[in-house]
Write a protein that binds this ligand. Structure first.
Ligand code: SF4
Ligand code: SF4
Length: 436
């Protein structure tokens, strides 16, 4: 049986822009802007004030809420202001702006050799390092790695699929930091002594498959699972099915079926935090699309502005038809790029008219294509209708909340219906109602 899932699409991957380009370090400018909410859960509150001196790696925001994750300074310098700023998703949020003194004086967390750390100490280090899911979700990792005692975890799946077109940051990490990735997986497997670690990689990355296979040679609790190149292979439920043939039931979590999934970069961050005491301070970001003179993969300190990155890469945002934060399938269109890089940033796309393919939507012709590609076995055409008609009862009955917002349905729709957009908006409204 091949390692794949039902449905899905084969878009043009456009990874050739950056897949051969090594990761380059970015030096921050005169200031960095550290957002207080870079994760799912309660936002942090600043724990520094204007005029305070801070070090690289010093915690500057935290929260007592159960679901939250602290944030740290990525430069040494002085807190210049605490203000509401524009975030990459277009809303405003609180941030600490730090004037960079250019000295990069560091503060590390105290740690011990892995064999001397208890489970609680490992989870505490992961929390204090501010590690969240870097695959896009931003869920605090110390919570994900601490499931209820009755959940028996059999598999730790490391998501190296990187199925979104254009993105190559995880691919480059696997090629350039295989040891760091394996270190992170060792740490996670220490927390789950009965689990197997599986690194899932799509078959369009043979060099990464070879590199990681070599790096895990002799480690009997680790293996590489080569998966079909198909979008959305890297979605959590699809990755689990491809690697283990286990299905996450509606309304359940991967831990309910014995699985935990972590992204490649998250796993690297876990290793660095626990083994070296380094908090999460940077993101690997792909800069791609026809409107860049020098597409790139950058290692970017959190808080650096998108504008700086676009300028470094010779971007022409004024000529781009679309500026996207994230991949073209699941990312968000942006109207302003004076926003700071955050933990869930992964890619900046400047797309030309040809690449963006902006089309006018028309009436559904009931061809059924959207249904055939939906990896969650949903009926996107019906969910779209229920969402637009505000028919919440039927939207829920047809499992609208199970939609993973992959955009496969919109991609294949000949009528160019904005299916995922309508479903996403309705999902958000229903979830806000539930929370209220
Ligand atoms: S793919 Fe588009 S046109 Fe075809 S059934 Fe779905 S919504 Fe209708
Ligand atoms: S309905 Fe949701 S899960 Fe299904 S294809 Fe559309 S966006 Fe993806």
């Amino acid at each position: 049986m091949s390692n794949t899932f039902h449905g899905g699409i084969h878009p043009r991957y456009s990874k050739e822009f950056t897949k051969e380009i090594p990761i380059r370090e970015v030096i921050p400018g005169e200031t960095v802007t550290i957002l207080m909410q870079q994760h799912i859960g309660a936002p942090c509150k600043p724990i520094v004030k204007v005029g305070d001196s801070v070090l690289v790696g010093q915690k500057i925001g935290d929260s007592e809420a159960f679901v939250s994750s602290p944030v740290h300074s990525t430069v040494s310098g002085v807190v210049k202001k605490i203000a509401q700023v524009l975030q990459p998703n277009g809303s405003k949020g609180e941030a600490v702006v730090i004037a960079n003194d250019g000295e990069y004086r560091r503060l590390l967390m105290e740690t011990k050799p892995l064999s001397e750390l208890t489970k609680e100490e490992i989870l505490h280090l992961i929390r204090e390092a501010g590690i969240v899911g870097l695959g896009g979700a931003g869920f605090p990792t110390h919570i994900k790695l601490n499931p209820p005692a009755d959940k028996k975890i059999d598999y730790i799946l490391i998501n190296g699929a990187e199925c979104e077109p254009y993105l190559t940051s995880d691919h480059r990490i696997m090629l350039e930091e295989p040891k760091a990735l394996i270190n992170g997986l060792e740490v996670i497997l220490t927390l789950f002594p009965n689990a197997q670690g599986i690194i899932g990689i799509e078959d369009n990355k043979p060099d990464a498959i070879e590199m990681i296979s070599k790096a895990i040679a002799g480690k009997d609790r680790m293996s590489v699972c080569v998966m079909e190149t198909k979008y959305p292979q890297g979605a959590e439920k699809q990755l689990i099915y491809s690697a283990t043939k286990r299905k996450v039931p509606s309304g359940k979590l991967p831990a309910d079926i014995g699985c935990i999934v972590d992204n490649v970069d998250t796993t690297v961050a876990i290793g660095k935090a626990v083994l070296e005491g380094i908090p999460l301070l940077r993101r690997i970001i792909t800069m791609s699309g026809e409107m860049f003179d020098q597409p790139a993969n950058y290692s970017v300190p959190l808080g650096v502005s998108y504008r700086q990155l676009i300028e470094m890469s010779g971007g022409h945002p004024e000529e781009a038809v679309k500026i996207i934060h994230g991949g073209p399938m699941m990312g968000l269109a942006m109207f302003d790029y004076d926003v700071p890089v955050m933990k869930t940033s992964s890619c900046i796309l400047l797309l030309s008219e040809k690449e963006a393919a902006i089309c006018q939507e028309s009436a559904c012709i009931r061809c059924g294509r959207c249904t055939r590609v939906c990896p969650m076995n949903l009926l996107p055409l019906e969910l779209d209708r229920f969402a637009r008609n505000d028919d919440e009862e039927r939207f829920l009955r047809y499992h609208g909340l199970d939609c993973i917002e992959c955009g496969s349905c919109s991609y294949v729709c000949p009528a160019k219906r904005h299916l995922v957009h309508a479903i996403r908006v309705k999902k958000r409204a229903l979830m806000a109602k539930k929370r209220a």
